[in-house]
Every structure is written in C-alpha cells, then in structure tokens.
Design a protein around this ligand. Structure first.
Ligand code: HEC
Length: 263
C-alpha cells in the first residue's frame, strides 16, 4: 500500500526494488516553502562556497605574504605599540575624550557592549520575515552606520599612527637617537669587547654591540673623543645620560681606553 496518495509503490514486479534508493530526495511537495533536503544538497552548496573562499585565502596569502615589521628593540623608548588592524577601531575609540578618562567605561564596556550585544540579539530584535535590505530600513541603517564607523575609526587610527611614526623617524638623527649625537649607522657585524659586554648598566642605552638605542652609537666613538673625555662622560654624564654609573676608577679608565680605541 502506498504511504501517500501521490506516491506509487510497485508491487509484485521483482525487477524494481520496492525500497527507496538512498540519497534521492523525497517529494518536497508535502513541505511548502522547503525546496531541498539539508543533506546532501544544501550542505554540498555550503561546502563548495567554503572551498572557493579557502582557495581564495590561500592564493592571497601566497601572493601577498604578511610583511615583517622592525626587529624588537628594548632600547627604543619612542616605540608606540599598536593593536592589530581588526582592533584598531576600538583602540581609536579610546582616544576621544568622551570615551576616555572619566568616561573610559563608556569606551571599553558600554559602547562595544551595546554594539556586540545587539549583533548577537539581532535575530530576536528583528523578527520580521522581510529579507530585502531596502524593506528593513532600521536594521540596514544601523548596519551601515556601524560599518562606516568601523571603517572611519580604523582609517583614523592608522593615519594618526603613520603621521607620528614618520615625524619621529625623520626628526632626530634616525631610529630615536639623541639629536645631539651624530647618527652613525650601526654596524651589525661589530663585536664588542668583553669589557663592554660586562657593562650591563651601559648596554641598556648604547646596545649590546655599542650599536646605540636610546643613547648614541659608540662603535666609532674613539674618532671624536679621547680616553679622558670619555672617562669624563662616564663620571659626570652628558645630556640625558646619567653619570656615576661606574664607581671603580680603574674600571672607568679601562673602559674609556677601550672605547677611545674604537675608530
Ligand atoms: C640612560 C641611558 C644611558 C646610559 C645608562 C648610558 N648612556 Fe651613555 N649616553 C646616553 C645619551 C642619551 C648620550 C648622548 C648625550 C648627549 O650627547 O647629549 C650618551 C653619550 C655617551 C657618550 C658620548 C658620546 C658622544 O658622542 O658624545 C659616551 C662615551 C657614553 N655615553 C658612554 C656610556 C657608558 C660607558 C655608559 C655606562 C657606564 C653609558 N654611556 C651609559 C645615554 C646613556
């Protein structure tokens, strides 16, 4: 006997299987509004779209590898850390006075909380069956406002950062060196003597291989200063450099003579 009136079941013909053939969709005329089964028809379409996106991403990462930024330099006090691009808009938000300082809760919790909360609650907030964007002005308007806001804030953060960055790079003699010191290009193959590498108090500012950092490069300091002048700088300091870091007179003398020999 047939399950439904519309279905016909062959009875008594041994050449035709009475069983349903697997993976052939049943008749959908019984389910108005449903046109295809989830498995396998719909899922197959989803998988095809996912595969195209995945291959697209692969091609993009191979053709445009992400650039490496500058080496980490603990001596560079002018370094401004910046969040990754997808957080830039939140970072920029906190620069505005109405979302920072006394109002920082607004910028960190309230505004992002409302925005992301609304996104999660969207299916319940907007339960209408209309799907065309032009017929859903409130939802479409809010979405466009949010998109424009995010794009603007991301752009503004990047723009302000590159303005500041180029100013500090171009201003004083390269890489944050002190303006008073001529910027000698750091020689990366330079190997400092053990007498320098023992001076941990100096290395923080002048670098492990005397290449400079917050203080100037000293790899050729002997060309401008002699041992007595260098000993004087170590004892009394100079500009932003503090004096009195080494107390032992003999050690100062030895270090000054070593530095003066670098030409
Ligand atoms: C707090 C960071 C700092 C520390 C620590 C430091 N220096 Fe300096 N040093 C500087 C700065 C900045 C200058 C540039 C001063 C100027 O020209 O106004 C400088 C300048 C010098 C100069 C003179 C360079 C020139 O061209 O005039 C010498 C030599 C020197 N430092 C050696 C040392 C030695 C040796 C030590 C360890 C005892 C040391 N510094 C520790 C920051 C530092």
């Amino acid at each position: 006997m047939a399950k439904h009136d519309k279905d016909a079941t062959f009875v008594g013909d041994s050449r035709i299987s009475a069983k349903r053939i697997p993976n052939i969709a049943p008749s959908y005329s019984d389910f108005p509004g449903k046109t295809e089964p989830f498995w396998p028809n719909f899922l197959l379409k989803e998988w095809m779209v996912a595969a195209v996106c995945l291959v697209g991403f692969l091609v993009l990462t191979v053709s445009h590898p992400s650039p490496l930024t500058d080496l980490a330099n603990p001596n560079d006090t002018s370094f401004v850390p910046l969040p990754d691009w997808y957080f830039l808009f939140l970072y920029q938000l906190l620069k505005y006075p109405w979302a920072a300082g006394d109002w920082v809760v607004l910028g960190t919790v309230v505004i992002p909380g409302i925005a992301f909360g609304a996104l999660m609650l969207a299916p319940w907030l907007d339960a209408g069956s209309e799907r065309r964007p032009s017929r859903r002005p409130v939802a479409t308007g809010l979405m466009l406002t949010a998109l424009v806001g995010i794009f603007y804030l991301t752009w503004a953060a990047d723009h302000e950062h590159s303005l500041k960055h180029s100013a500090s790079k171009g201003g004083s003699g390269g890489g944050g060196n002190h303006a008073a010191a001529p910027a000698a290009p750091a020689d990366t193959s330079f190997k400092a003597d053990a007498i320098w590498t023992a001076q941990t108090s100096c290395m923080g500012c002048h670098g492990k291989s005397l290449e400079g950092g917050m203080g100037p490069n000293l790899q050729k300091i002997g060309a401008t200063l002699d041992a007595t002048q260098i000993a004087d700088v170590i004892k009394n300091g100079k500009g932003q450099m503090p004096g009195g870091l080494i107390k032992d007179e003999a050690e100062i003398q030895k270090l000054a003579e070593y530095l003066a020999s670098l030409k």
